[in-house]
Design a protein around this ligand. Sequence first.
Ligand code: GLP
Length: 242
Amino acid sequence: MKIIKVKDYQEMSQKAAELIIAQVKKNPKLVLGLATGSTPEGLYKNLIEDHRSNGTTYKQVTTCNLDEYIGLPKEDHNSYYAFMKGHLFDHIDVLAENTNLPSGEKEDRSAECAAYEALIHEAGGIDVQVLGIGGNGHIGFNEPGTPFDSLTHIIELDASTREANARFFNSLEEVPTQAITMGIQTIMSAKEIVLLASGTAKVEAISKLLSGEITEAFPASCLHQHPNVTIIVDEAALNENK
Ligand code: GLP
């Protein structure tokens, strides 16, 4: 596990963007695993900026997002589909047909889970997966207790996760109770993983992660078993702010 210590959110976002841009340049057909949440917003801004100024192209890139809420229509501004369109896809030259998120709207949920796994497999597997981290150590929407051998599945969101995400909704009641998410094994199958963490809200999660203990009670701890993980973390998340 490689740890890149940065000053703040801005530097975290820049470093992450440099890493992704270098990979896209090296392999124009990159399969990029993407995340939502406040953490990667700055990374996406930097990718858009670079696309506009330097012309980095995503025409052959395929993207696969980690997760989606169950029950929110795609058009809802809180869907992760809408988030990705608004924060990235509409502003770079990635082809809409090459952007993928699991669907939270399908009636046959287990078929959708299997189909998403098959889609990733057919794309050749994820080359680089971007991750944030939940306060309780979740990655994607894999809440504490999720088996490390899990594939894409439906999960009941923890109360703490719904509370953390309530800031985007009008009320806590509006936050969906379930999500569809890549499993831990799906994430661990990525060739390279980049986890971003910024801010004091992540101090406890980062300190648990860096303690090195590997347990399903703390989902992100699986990353210690992956051969190519980079953590880009700022001083606040490391509790090093003076
Ligand atoms: C969300 C997402 C995760 C994200 C995490 C942290 O619920 N499903 O992919 O990493 O919570 O979010 P944030 O970056 O807003 O702190």
